[in-house]
Design a protein. Structure first.
Length: 380
């Protein structure tokens, strides 16, 4: 299921998604706005003085929703919101994407389509979904210096610590606390670990809109964001302050134009052509024509995010939210010769603590050889 991960950050296996102008919710009740839903830590209300009794005493589902959001932010998430458990608006798009074979060899995408198209089915009697976002790369750090010849680039989401562990730990802590106070309620945490339509849920939760490259884009924080959440039987609803975010792609086609393999059409990514899929998921030899388009990427690809105007460099002070320090880059590239010389133990050692788990030894060595060839190196 790990590749869903890279989906969230590499624009892959995505069903066709239409413009966010159709954000579900209750437009008459909630004010449409282009918010800054990610408050800086300084701006966040202190929760130290609050106890879960305040949740127990909440008289409305909106208050409960607001309380859950505050608690998520207090745990360090950059943004949070409440999504309804309605069926997906994109069930037909998913069906078309799968029947066109755009998921490539990710056969597991064909499983659990009932939950993928109706996330409330993840647990019995689900009533709400708390959705959270963690920023893993800053807009101010959107351009890499030119790569040194002999090295292969790693996508930003995989440069720091493993977000599965980091996000899950905080979400489990929140779910455990809620369980104590709501022993009859059920909670199911997900961070790429459940077949739910995470980006659509993030859109419903007022975190951002789904861009033409199929990734969630927060209006100020950009798209370098991990998504996770908790499906629950508690009756929480979006508070009035939770925004409804409309599509801000407009007439822009920067990601479509920049994708080296033409994998993106409007709100749809053909995984079979996507460098993220090819380098991380695809176990067979890579088509010659696509090899030359892979450029310097040895693990994943960030091009469609790098060119997005909503990721254009902007100092953290301007957007009021720094990257979560846990994701600071530990390694942005690999030495190609080193990778080619790895044995299984060396691969494991290089991946330890990171989210890079999916690419097997032979895949990494295949990728390294392709990058070397693209750089004009003769390494055989
Ligand atoms: S630019 Fe193209 S190849 Fe790269 S991650 Fe985006 S869709 Fe995939
Ligand atoms: S590059 Fe342009 S079209 Fe693509 S996601 Fe960003 S704003 Fe939307």
């Amino acid at each position: 299921m790990c590749f869903l991960v890279s989906i969230a950050k590499t624009a892959l296996k995505t069903p066709s998604v239409c413009c966010a102008a159709t954000s579900p919710g209750s437009p008459g009740r909630r004010k449409e706005s282009v918010l800054v839903w990610g408050m800086s830590r300084q701006e966040r209300p202190s929760l130290n003085r609050r106890t879960y009794d305040s949740v127990v005493d909440s008289t409305t589902s909106q208050q409960l929703g607001a309380d859950l959001i505050e608690r998520a932010q207090a745990l360090g998430f950059a943004c949070a919101g409440i999504a309804s458990v309605e069926p997906s608006d994109y069930a037909q798009g998913l069906e078309r994407w799968l029947s066109a074979g755009m998921h490539g060899s990710m056969a597991w995408m064909e499983n659990y389509t009932d939950v993928r198209t109706d996330p409330g089915k993840l647990i019995e009697h689900a009533k709400a979904i708390l959705v959270v976002g963690d920023v893993y790369a800053s807009r101010d750090d959107n351009q890499d210096p030119p790569i040194e010849i002999g090295r292969g680039k790693i996508a930003r989401y995989a440069r720091g610590k493993d977000y599965h562990k980091l996000m899950k730990k905080r979400l489990m802590k929140l779910a455990d606390s809620l369980r104590e106070h709501y022993p009859d309620a059920s909670f199911k945490v997900f961070v790429d670990t459940a077949p739910v339509p995470e980006r659509e849920l993030a859109q419903r939760a007022g975190i951002g809109w789904v861009g033409k490259h199929t990734l969630i884009i927060h209006p100020t924080l950009g798209s370098y964001m991990f998504i996770g959440g908790i499906v629950m039987t508690l009756d929480a609803t979006a508070p009035n302050e939770q925004p409804i975010i409309t599509d801000h792609c407009g007439s822009c086609t920067a990601c479509i134009d920049a994708c080296p393999t033409d994998a993106i059409t409007d709100h749809r990514v053909d995984a079979r052509k996507c460098i993220s899929y090819l380098t991380i998921e695809h176990r067979e030899p890579i088509d010659e024509q696509l090899q030359s388009q892979m450029g310097d990427w040895i693990y994943g690809c960030d091009i469609c995010q790098e060119v997005c105007p909503h990721n254009s460099p902007k100092a953290n002070e301007q957007i009021g939210q720094a990257t979560n320090a846990a994701y600071l880059s530990e390694r942005a590239s690999f030495d190609l010769l080193e990778v080619i010389g790895w044995d299984e133990e060396a691969r494991r050692a290089a991946f330890v603590g990171s989210a890079m788990k999916r690419a097997k030894l032979d895949m990494m060595q295949r990728n390294a050889r392709i990058v070397a060839k693209n750089q004009g190196l003769n390494i055989e």
